[in-house]
Design a protein around this ligand. Structure first.
Ligand SMILES: Nc1ncnc2c1ncn2[C@@H]1O[C@H](COP(=O)(O)OP(=O)(O)OP(=O)(O)O)[C@@H](O)[C@H]1O
Ligand SMILES: [Mg+2]
Length: 243
């Protein structure tokens, strides 16, 4: 009854501009996989292909949800969400004029999630105590770190089997990055959630990833089979640590 993701030979772009080129990767059941890459290398494009927001021109995307395979190519974004795949988008995309709680409730629109709204809310408030204190505050008036927590919590309100997180560290102070990344680690450890996380913050990503891939110009240039293998790789050192 696993939840996993398999991407094979994916090619995608915008108009005549090709961004992803014959890209393959996988995320196993309960794994946290980091997709590392600097600006403009195709991380968000890959995540948008999985969510049905960008249409690939070739390749396969298969999501195994509770042991059953689903071919995601051609599916609409709302159907991908209904299957049990949630996205924490780049830039958070909250409803700034709605309260914390209203944002969370809107996250529960998935059919399977609606019956469990009370339970999910309780879970979110327990996982993110800061949101409990601020449940009536307008989302737009919260700090960057709080907004990132809310975006993560809102995705969890869909009770997903697979979570896609697009650059959770952007715009946050080092301390808040640690807190947000720590929460993702907690979700993995407590629930065995299957996570694909795009990140530029190599050191933080490697702290929680089981393994990872480095994407350069839309191609996987390196596959690290373990956290250690990623951290030791020469390409990774060159790209991220300037060594
Ligand atoms: N809607 C779009 N139309 C045209 N080109 C786009 C569009 N979205 C992205 N691109 C281009 O595709 C390439 C990859 O962008 P993408 O957003 O996937 O990169 P990324 O790795 O997520 O970068 P970042 O770390 O800055 O978020 C870039 O050259 C970008 O300009
Ligand atoms: Mg991006």
């Amino acid at each position: 009854m696993g939840n996993s993701l398999r991407i094979e030979g994916l090619t995608a772009g915008y108009g005549s501009v090709r961004v992803l080129e014959d890209l393959s990767l996988s995320v196993g059941d309960g794994e946290t996989v980091a997709l590392l890459g600097t600006n403009g290398n195709g991380k968000s494009t890959l995540i948008k292909c999985i969510m049905g927001i960008v249409r690939p021109t070739a390749g396969r995307i298969v999501a195994e949800i509770n042991g059953t395979d689903h071919d995601l190519i051609g599916m609409e974004a709302h159907d991908v969400v209904q299957l049990g795949i949630a996205l924490v988008p780049e830039g958070r995309r909250l409803f700034p004029k709605l309260t914390v709680e209203e944002n969370l409730l809107l996250g529960a629109y998935r059919k399977a999630a609606r019956a469990r709204i009370a339970e999910s809310l309780e879970f979110c408030y327990e996982t993110f105590p800061r949101l409990t204190e601020r449940r009536a505050q307008l989302a737009g008036s919260m700090s960057g770190g709080e907004q990132q927590m809310l975006s993560l919590a809102r995705a969890l309100m869909t009770t997903p089997s697979i979570l896609l997180v697009d650059e959770p560290s952007v715009g946050l102070s080092p301390l808040l990055v640690q807190t947000v990344i720590g929460k993702i680690k907690e979700l993995k450890e407590r629930f065995g959630l299957t996570v694909l996380m795009a990140e530029q913050n190599f050191q933080q990503a490697v702290r929680i990833a089981d393994r990872g891939y480095v994407i350069v110009h839309g191609k996987i240039e390196f596959e690290g089979a373990s956290r250690e293998a990623l951290a030791d790789n020469e390409l990774v050192k060159k790209l991220y640590l300037g060594l």
